[in-house]
Design a protein around this ligand. Structure first.
Ligand SMILES: *Cc1c(COP(=O)(O)O)cnc(C)c1O
Length: 340
């Protein structure tokens, strides 16, 4: 696919990102899943970003972005507003490079998440009672201290970093014809789609969100970046808007997405339990939506060589235990656990 002038990111940007982030990130395994292949009638593979540094793919984009700041910007430090995987990724990269990082959170953030970010050496600033209040204050702090803001998805450097997953998929599975990818702000899907379609334009790109407030899918339907009220979901990493003034990911997803699938809370829970029982993998709700779509038979246009991106594994042990207890999959032998 030739690059047009309106393309904010080229294949070359993704190749450069691959070199830039190599020392800070892991090349994650692509594992063949016999049981998912049986169930789907395809050759199905899992791309294990739950085994990535910090437990999610977000570290790829953060590394590519922070590495491209000029030295003076790096020394002043970086800032972001995130209680989740993005905040963790930014804190990790800053720590590895010896740079100051300021992570802004609201008073609603659970203490264990605050502690996890502090453990990565970042300064945590708690302000306000909502994400919006924390964000508003972060702009003041950014100005005051001259910090560089690291966006979670709507930035070409972030998109190119996530796109490195696409290059790895092509190297290990050159016959890939379908990628099933969790979808929220669209940085992950845009990057992977750019990398795959540049080499194999017919590759199908399937985006999967939760049924509860899928903002990108809704925005695509109405034809412009829109908003939906947030709802609690097991896929907490996918919660949030795409920004009314979205610059990049809305158009990229609009252009590259072949099929959008929505999954329910029970389908997400089942996929998390399945991943643990079939593959001994700890997968968080947001990381399991692609798997959930396949297990529920909800993807219409599957090819023969399918890669499912498992995007993260940061789930509290108690939550996972409760889900597994409720979704215990009957052992094929029919034997009880006591007999093992
Ligand atoms: C951020 C995140 C996503 C969604 O990525 P976007 O680039 O916002 O679409 C999916 N899964 C996990 C685990 C995440 O942390």
């Amino acid at each position: 696919m030739s690059q047009t002038r309106s393309d904010p990111i080229s294949q070359r940007d993704i190749h450069l990102a691959q070199q830039r982030i190599a020392a800070l990130t892991r090349r994650t395994p692509l594992c063949f899943s016999p049981s998912l292949s049986l169930q789907s009638g395809r050759r199905a593979y899992l791309k294990l970003e739950n085994l990535q540094q910090t437990g999610s793919f977000k570290v790829r984009g953060a590394a590519n972005c922070i590495q491209q700041l000029i030295s003076e910007q790096q020394q002043r430090g970086v800032i972001t507003v995130s209680t989740g995987n993005h905040g963790r990724a930014v804190a990790y990269v800053a720590n590895q490079l010896g740079l100051p990082a300021l992570i802004c959170l609201s008073r609603q953030s659970p203490p264990y998440k605050v502690a996890a970010i502090r453990d990565l050496g970042a300064e945590v600033f708690v302000h306000g009672s909502s994400y919006d209040e924390a964000e508003a204050h972060s702009f003041l702090l950014q100005q005051e201290r001259g910090l560089s803001r690291i966006e979670p998805f709507d930035d070409p450097r972030i998109i190119a970093g996530q796109g490195v997953i696409g290059l790895e998929l092509l190297e290990e599975l050159p016959q890939i014809d379908t990628a099933v990818i969790p979808l929220s702000g669209g940085g992950l899907l845009s990057g992977i789609a750019l990398a795959l379609k540049a080499v194999r334009p017919t590759t199908r790109i399937i985006g999967v969100s939760m049924e509860r407030a899928p903002v990108m899918v809704y925005s695509l339907r109405v034809g412009r970046p829109s908003e939906l009220p947030e709802q609690p979901t097991l896929a907490d990493a996918l919660v949030g808007g795409i920004g009314r003034d979205n610059h990049y990911t809305f158009r990229l997803v609009q252009r590259y997405l072949d099929e959008a699938v929505l999954v329910s809370e029970p389908e997400i829970a089942h996929a998390m339990a399945w991943a643990l029982q079939e593959h001994q993998l700890v997968v968080e709700g947001g990381g399991a939506v692609g798997l959930a779509a396949l297990l529920a038979g909800k993807v219409a246009g599957l090819g023969q060589h399918v890669a499912v991106v498992i995007s993260g594994g940061n789930v509290k042990e108690k939550v996972l235990q409760a889900i597994v207890a409720k979704n215990r999959i009957v052992l094929e032998s029919g034997g009880s656990l006591d007999e093992l």
